[in-house]
Ligand binder design. Structure first.
Ligand code: SDX
Length: 424
């Protein structure tokens, strides 16, 4: 029997339909609420509000579950490649051998950036934050490709192009910030290996170590999607106005930049450096994080959905040990992070609020060991998140997409008459 919900607003009682998802999540469909009762719901931060039905990613925050199109992240992170996962998110199924071969070939063939992008980056001040460079460059790609023409390797042309070019763009942004010449893409290298090559070729950070490229590819997979997070919701909302694909993705880049979201991986390193400046005192850090008046937060901890371990954080923590070991890097920062995690997880403040390490807590430590400057960390997050943003953009536009337009409760001044300047 279909379950329903009943709401009473003053004297008006309304029965509302309920949507039950494939994982038994229950959503009250309030589509008729305002017409029937004059009332709307109010949920700042949308912690209780579903914006859509989606078939892409499933999260269970209480049980620490993350699945892309039904596949547990633990089963994808490792055996699958990032391009396989991108196809899975975009098409709903893992690619067969022919589909994957065509995707890999098309990605390699489309890595070069349009000529105007290099001129655009050169025109920006060298110290421009990489995320500002990234969003600026992405939004201008429509100048070269327009609305997109047909498909390449079974994907909408512009979506394949951006998947192929985002690493090239990221590497050019890094090289621009360092005053280095750009390194052209190398079609003889896989996705992550080519990215690392374009980033570091000719510098002391250059590496041809396949294990590092594999770790990079895995990190892209872990960041590939996360249902209705801030930046993905932004991409869906901007896309709902039928804005251009590149413009919609550029809006996601801007939302991701915030330190409460994707910018947290950079903020974690800055936080760890602050703890080091306080003698590596873990208890000081935990105390500061609990102090309401202090600016200090345990960045990389806490999550709107996960009230258990973020499954990605567990995988990244293992990778951190592997990569730092491989690179023979000083893992003092990793030890400090582990000490902070241990202290926080034993502290009532964090336990009561169910604050656990999230995807950003350890990722920055790996990126730093690989040689990335911390201003580039969120750019790496964006490369990983691109297939997720795109899959959600497609899903929104495939349906009977209405423009997203939330309501509000007005709490300002009531009607009043204009006062002439002389009388103010
Ligand atoms: C990502 O949504 C996604 O899926 C995002 C993401 C993805 O893949 O797209 O998973 C990626 O953005 C991960 C989150 C990265 N951000 C951080 O690590 C920044 C630090 N974390 C927080 O600022 C916070 O936990 C958020 C932003 C992640 C979540 O914020 P909420 O859900 O709005 O929770 P809140 O700020 O209301 O916190 C609830 C309580 C508060 O204390 P009280 O008012 O109840 O006393 O917990 C406290 C907060 O002060 N708290 C923290 C804390 N996080 C929450 N206290 C200290 N340190 C922290 N990190």
């Amino acid at each position: 029997m279909a379950i329903t919900a009943e709401i009473r607003v003053g004297e008006t009682k309304l029965e509302l339909p309920v949507v039950v998802g494939t994982e038994a999540e229950v959503g009250v469909d309030i589509g008729a609420l305002r017409d029937k009762t004059g009332a709307i719901t109010l949920d700042p931060g949308y912690g209780n509000t579903g914006a859509c039905e989606s078939a892409i990613t499933f999260l269970d925050g209480e049980r620490g579950i993350l699945r892309y199109r039904g596949y547990p992240i633990e089963q994808l992170a490792g055996p699958a490649s990032f391009l396989e996962v991108a196809w899975l998110l975009l098409k709903g199924e893992l690619p067969n051998a022919a589909e994957l071969a065509a995707l890999v070939a098309a990605e390699k063939a489309n890595r070069a950036l349009p000529a105007h992008v290099e001129r655009l980056l050169a025109a920006l001040p060298q110290q421009t934050h990489p995320m500002a460079m990234l969003s600026s460059a992405v939004v201008t790609l429509s100048a070269a490709y327009g609305e997109g023409d047909g498909a390449i390797a079974g994907l909408p042309a512009n979506q394949l192009r951006l998947l192929a070019q985002l690493p090239t763009l990221a590497a050019c942004i890094y090289r621009r910030s360092q005053g280095l010449d750009f390194v052209p893409p190398d079609a003889n290298r896989g996705y992550a290996a080519n990215f690392l090559h374009m980033m570091f070729a000719g510098t002391a950070k250059a590496t041809d170590d396949a294990a590092i490229a594999t770790a990079m590819d895995l990190l892209f997979i872990l960041h590939a999607d996360h249902e209705q997070n801030c930046s993905t919701s932004t991409v869906r909302l901007v896309g709902s106005s039928q804005a251009d694909y590149f413009a919609s993705i550029a809006s996601g880049v801007c939302a991701l930049w915030g330190p409460l979201h994707g910018g947290a991986n950079q903020a974690v390193i800055e936080m760890l450096d602050e703890v080091v400046r306080h003698g590596g005192n873990v208890q000081w850090a935990v105390g500061q994080a609990k102090e309401k008046g202090s600016h200090f937060r345990l960045m990389g901890f806490g999550h709107r959905v996960y009230k258990n371990f973020d499954p990605r954080a567990k995988i990244i923590k293992v990778q951190a040990d592997l990569v730092l070991g491989k690179l023979g890097q000083d893992d003092a920062q990793l030890d400090l992070a582990k000490g902070l995690e241990q202290a926080a997880l034993a502290d009532d403040y964090f336990v009561q609020r169910k604050l656990y390490p999230n995807v950003d807590f350890y990722s920055g430590i790996i990126y730093r060991a690989m040689g990335f400057p911390q201003e580039m960390f969120t750019v790496l997050f964006a490369i990983g998140r691109l297939p997720g943003w795109t899959a959600h953009w497609n899903e929104h536009n495939a349906g009977k997409a209405r423009i997203g337009r939330p309501r509000q409760i007005y709490t300002g001044k009531n009607a009043r008459d204009f006062v002439a300047l002389a009388d103010r």
